[in-house]
Design a protein around this ligand. Structure first.
Ligand SMILES: *Cc1c(COP(=O)(O)O)cnc(C)c1O
Length: 422
């Protein structure tokens, strides 16, 4: 987290103090470090520099156009899961030939649009989808490059809501049905089989789960080649974990272990390697800046009531996620602490950002940051309780830019349309 740290007792993003940003942009807002994005992308890409690799950043974690521009300039491709994301990637200048399209529910309209653009590959998740792609491709005189997303039935050892590679999850084609589904794909008009794909979950630190899953795919590649179905790329999905606390995972070690597993298989494969990292690139490149509105002690504990809420950052409520909370002004090391719940203004008991945290005493009006909010933060926000989506600010060295303004209340209201008979 070298780009976001205390400098002379004030939290800075690169060269700009967060308290200065907060004097220019009303809280709450997201703030990202451009160089943290670049650094993470490069670390990941360098780990596979010896192979023909395509890094398809998973747009769903943070799809702001400015962020995509940064990654496009680094040479990134994109993993998209909707027409909206595909359009965002193209708008930011990511070439269609570097885009893979994932997701269980691609519609005929989405397939047609993606075919027109000439994307690299569809990651197909069911037989019905294969028939649909074949039909659209034939009708529009196109050929669709496809890979099958294989569900290897491996426990990724992660939170139930972000585990995707078990047989009971809705994702992918059961690995036992892979050969027959590939044979079907090879027989369909308008389809060209080019690859094989997996994505077993997110925030995975159990390297053996990747190892086991990849072993299944590699085994399938050999069997497919015997059937004259020539697999030209293997897509490992995303899912690599990041540290959310200082004591947590050592990210560099984890990346090295992950790369070692992949290299062991890849050296014999003679395939393009595709990766779909999301959280790894974005997670620790952003913070959520919020202000304490009230301090409310009750008998059992103290609530820090802040101006950010579950609608701005849903991860604690949805996934029991842990975000490190820190004051923007660095506390003295011997400052007395209290145990607090950091909660928002939304009228839901589930509206909390952090529970049971031992923190130095803070007063109303003080600024806090929630760390590791660069992935699955702004993209998953809603306007629940008629709270406008919050701003996003990008810092790049000593430069800053409001990369998404917060809409006004009037703009929020104007999204509705009242029929003239009322
Ligand atoms: C969510 C997702 C990713 C990114 O996962 P991370 O854990 O953020 O790296 C990649 N591929 C697919 C298909 C996804 O659904």
């Amino acid at each position: 987290m070298q780009h976001i740290r205390y400098q002379n007792s004030a939290m800075q993003v690169e060269e700009i103090a967060i308290s200065d940003l907060a004097s220019r942009y009303p809280t709450p807002f997201y703030c990202y470090s451009a160089n943290a994005f670049r650094q993470q992308y490069r670390r990941f890409a360098n780990a596979f520099a010896d192979f023909p690799a395509l890094i398809c950043y998973a747009l769903k974690v943070n799809s702001n156009q400015a962020i995509l521009k940064i990654l496009a300039a680094e040479g990134a491709g994109a993993d998209v899961v909707s027409q909206g994301e595909l359009r965002r990637a193209l708008a930011a200048g990511i070439p269609a030939g570097k885009i893979v399209f994932s997701g269980v529910a691609k519609t005929a309209a989405e397939i047609e649009f993606a075919l027109q653009q000439g994307i690299h590959c569809f990651n197909v998740e069911s037989e019905s989808e294969l028939y649909q792609i074949s039909q659209v491709a034939e009708q529009t005189n196109n050929t669709a490059a496809i890979s099958l997303r294989i569900n290897p039935d491996v426990d990724a050892g992660t939170h139930a809501k972000i585990s995707t590679g078990k047989s009971e999850n809705k994702f992918g084609i059961p690995w036992k049905l892979a050969l027959q589904t590939y044979q079907l794909a090879a027989s369909l008009p308008g389809i060209k089989v080019t690859g094989i794909d997996m994505h077993i979950g997110s925030q995975i630190s159990k390297i053996s789960a990747f190892d086991q899953s990849i072993a299944r795919l590699v085994d399938l590649i050999a069997q497919l080649r015997e059937l004259d179905i020539n697999i030209q790329h293997i897509d490992f999905g995303g899912g690599l974990a990041i540290p959310y606390t200082a004591e947590d995972i050592d990210e560099q070690t984890l990346l090295a272990e992950y790369a070692a597993v992949i290299s062991r298989y890849a050296s014999q494969l003679n395939c393009q390697l595709i990766f779909e990292p999301g959280r790894f690139i974005a997670g620790n490149a952003g913070v959520l800046v919020t202000k304490v509105i009230y301090v409310k002690p009750v008998q059992q504990k103290t609530f820090l009531i802040v101006d950010a809420a579950m609608n701005d950052l849903i991860r604690p409520t949805l996934y029991d996620a842990w975000h490190h909370v820190a004051p923007v002004i660095e506390p003295q090391t011997d400052a007395p602490t209290t145990v607090v719940d950091v909660v928002g203004p939304v009228c839901e008991t589930g509206d909390y950002l952090a529970l049971d945290r031992s923190m130095p005493k803070v007063a109303a009006g003080e600024l806090l940051v929630l760390h590791s909010a660069g992935a699955y933060g702004a993209v998953a926000a809603s306007t629940y309780n008629s709270r406008p989506l919050i701003a996003e600010v990008l810092v790049d060295g000593n430069r800053e830019h409001l990369i998404r303004p917060s809409p006004s209340y009037q703009q929020l209201i104007d999204l509705d349309s009242v029929p003239d008979w009322l």
